[in-house]
Ligand binder design. Structure first.
Ligand code: HEM
Length: 403
């Protein structure tokens, strides 16, 4: 274990991590934790992993499970609509349930399906950029007017959700992601529950409507497969539709906004980079999904540290992405690092199903905006939402200057 003059104890760093100031800028705290080794044990039942190799090992360790219904039934969270729904999706299922749910819907996000969406994304991004010319010379918030609208439009196209409904669902989608934060008091789930109630109601209605009047969209095919094969229950079908709405909109919107912010802060790096390398470095430098949680299904050893059955393991992906044993000068934003394989989409059997779609939206979003507004500038300091697990900008105020 090494220490530096600035090192703070793990309890202090962790105590600060989930406060508003820690969430605003968690990176010095990750660094402080890293000084204490790749894995830190805070008592017998709580472990934090922040090393790149330790997080990678944890994600492929079969003894470390996602927090499924059996875990949440002991915490009281299953009484809450947010977690009633989340525990019916693949992301929070283990074993055969996970395999069954992933097999049921993975076709919708396979490489051919996603590649086929390129021109749709380009059209939507161009339409939104043209719409933004109405703000030329005035400040505009690109989270409100570009990144969230782009991901809503793409997911809306896949599932046949009209624009007016997309905008009506936007805050409910954002609210559900607050339920991913560590909960110290179950009342903190109120916003997540309220958002989830709206989304479950909407997607249950959408499923019924596609059952009655089939269309050429992903929702119709999922409803048909569920009814024809019986491999998922009707609750799991609705939960799956809700998940694809949340995952399809919020994290990609956070990535797009974060990518535009970095292009404005680092114009020389953006000019010199290709969009793919630039987005990869944004994913490493400031990941939208900063923390994953696992629970030990049996005794395991992580980076030499024994982890007892039942212990919670918090995987600090964003810290792992800045591990100096993996990346030279990890706090420097430098596209075209080699290798540059951040853990921001996870790793192993729960690897993100939408990684390719999210990357494509960020690459196209940035290049389209830069093409229409090459002299765009940051208007104000962008503000992050008060969340760490699902990190993203609340606002991205810019001033647009058309070419
Ligand atoms: C920048 C955007 C995104 C980020 C940062 C992100 C991040 C992640 C991460 C870290 C995981 C692993 C969860 C775990 O191991 O516990 C994951 C899983 C998943 N993601 Fe994404 N995601 C993004 C976009 C998307 C999109 C666009 C979709 C689809 C519409 C999607 C669907 C999923 C699904 C279904 C899983 C669960 C896979 C499984 O459990 O087998 N994600 N995502």
């Amino acid at each position: 274990m090494t220490t530096t003059q600035n090192a703070i104890g793990p309890s202090e760093a962790l105590g600060t991590l989930f406060t508003p100031s820690g969430k605003r800028n968690p990176y010095p705290l990750y660094e402080a934790l890293r000084e204490l080794g790749p894995v830190v044990k805070l008592g017998p039942k709580l472990v934090f992993a922040q090393g790149h190799d330790a997080c990678t090992d944890a994600l492929r360790e079969p003894g470390l499970l996602v927090t499924d219904a059996s875990v949440h039934s002991k915490t009281g969270m299953l009484e809450h609509s947010s977690w009633q729904c989340f525990t019916k999706i693949m992301m929070f299922s283990n074993g055969t349930d996970h395999d069954r749910l992933r097999t049921f819907s993975r076709w919708a996000y396979n490489p051919q399906s996603i590649t086929g969406l390129r021109s749709t994304i380009e059209d939507k991004a161009t339409g939104l950029a043209q719409r933004l010319t109405a703000w030329a010379g005035d400040p505009v918030d690109l989270v409100e007017e570009f990144s969230s609208r782009l991901t809503l439009a793409v997911t809306g196209e896949l599932y046949g959700i009209p624009l007016s409904d997309q905008l009506m669902l936007r805050s409910a989608i954002a609210n559900t992601t607050t339920a991913f934060e560590p909960v110290f008091d179950l009342s903190e789930l109120a916003d997540g529950d309220a958002g989830m109630d709206v989304l479950v109601d909407y997607m249950a209605g959408l499923a019924d409507s596609r059952r009655r009047e089939p269309r050429d969209d992903v929702a119709t095919r999922m409803v048909h497969e569920a009814d024809a094969t019986g491999t998922v229950t009707s609750d799991e079908l609705v939960a799956g539709l809700v998940m694809f709405l949340i995952a399809g909109v919020q994290s990609p919107s956070d990535l797009i906004a974060g990518t535009i912010r970095m292009a404005l802060l680092k114009p020389a790096e953006w000019q010199a980079a290709d969009a793919e390398a630039f987005v990869t470095e944004v994913l490493r430098f400031d990941a939208p999904s900063q923390v994953l949680t696992r629970v030990a299904g049996c005794d395991v050893v992580l980076a030499g540290v024994p982890v007892a059955e039942g212990a919670r393991v918090m995987l600090l992906l964003a810290a792992a992405n800045r591990d100096p044993s993996r990346y030279d000068e990890p706090d420097v934003f430098r596209p075209h690092r080699s290798p540059n394989r951040p853990l921001s989409f996870g790793f192993g059997m729960h690897y993100c199903l939408g990684a390719q779609l999210a990357r494509m939206q960020a690459e196209i979003g940035l290049t389209t905006l830069a093409h229409h507004f090459p002299h765009m500038t940051l208007e104000d300091e962008p503000r992050y939402r008060d969340q760490l697990v699902q990190r993203g900008l609340a606002r991205l105020p810019v001033r647009l200057r058309p070419r």
